[in-house]
Ligand binder design. Structure first.
Ligand SMILES: Cc1cc2nc3c(=O)[nH]c(=O)nc-3n(C[C@H](O)[C@H](O)[C@H](O)COP(=O)(O)O)c2cc1C
Length: 188
């Protein structure tokens, strides 16, 4: 590790289902993380649908926790499904909640993204929508490699383990880029 710091990465999956390829990709990332990086996965299932009336009374506890975990992380790793050519509503909803002032925690945050889908484009369109929202929130995305895991059923086994060696290599490269990007943006 370049500067002796351990990088804390918060992993966020935009899918709630048990057999999610995207959550499975995050689990693979935990395994493939370089020395000096730890990845914790945040479960979005307790995040309620966004409601400004609720927010005006106070952030619900799960949202508060999400905001704190994002703020405390050195970087984020988001795995987005593609729903109707965009990111999932679950992911957008969580971003919407976490993004509300004061002190929106995405500001200046290094972020890597990836995504998995059974289709051949492997969430490409969803990832560009995610990048678009991230511009407004001043997230700093890793640009390359782009990890778009298409034909996901052939790359994960029945237990949700990422078995495709080429894809494992892409995830490894993405994490190495995230580590370098994070250290470059925030020298220790
Ligand atoms: C509402 C809905 C819309 C979808 N739209 C797309 C799509 O635009 N492109 C795509 O590749 N897959 C699409 N899919 C299929 C998802 O990629 C697939 O369900 C995938 O497994 C979801 O991610 P997960 O495995 O992490 O849950 C859609 C699925 C749902 C439920």
């Amino acid at each position: 590790m370049a500067d002796g710091r351990n990088l804390k990465v918060l992993g966020i999956s935009g899918s709630l289902r048990k057999g999610s390829y995207n959550t499975a990709a995050l689990r693979a990332a935990q395994e493939l993380a370089p020395a000096g990086m730890t990845i914790e996965i945040f479960d979005l299932s307790p995040i309620p649908p966004y409601n400004e009336d609720v927010k005006n009374v106070g952030f619900p506890a799960p949202v508060q926790e999400l905001r704190q975990r994002i703020a405390a992380a050195d970087a984020l790793l988001i795995a987005t499904p593609e729903y109707n050519y965009s990111m999932s509503g679950v992911l957008k909803n969580a971003i919407d909640w976490a993004s509300r002032p004061p002190e929106q925690p995405f500001n200046d945050k290094p972020v890597a993204i990836m995504g998995a889908s059974p289709g051949v484009t492997g969430t490409a369109r969803a990832q560009y929508h995610l990048r678009q929202s991230g511009v407004f929130l001043n997230m700093h995305f890793v640009n390359k490699p782009e990890v778009m895991i298409g034909t996901a059923a052939s790359r994960f086994d029945a237990e949700g383990r990422l078995t495709d060696e080429t894809t494992r290599g892409f995830v490894r490269d993405l994490l190495a880029s995230l580590a370098a990007w994070t250290r470059r943006l925030n020298p220790g």
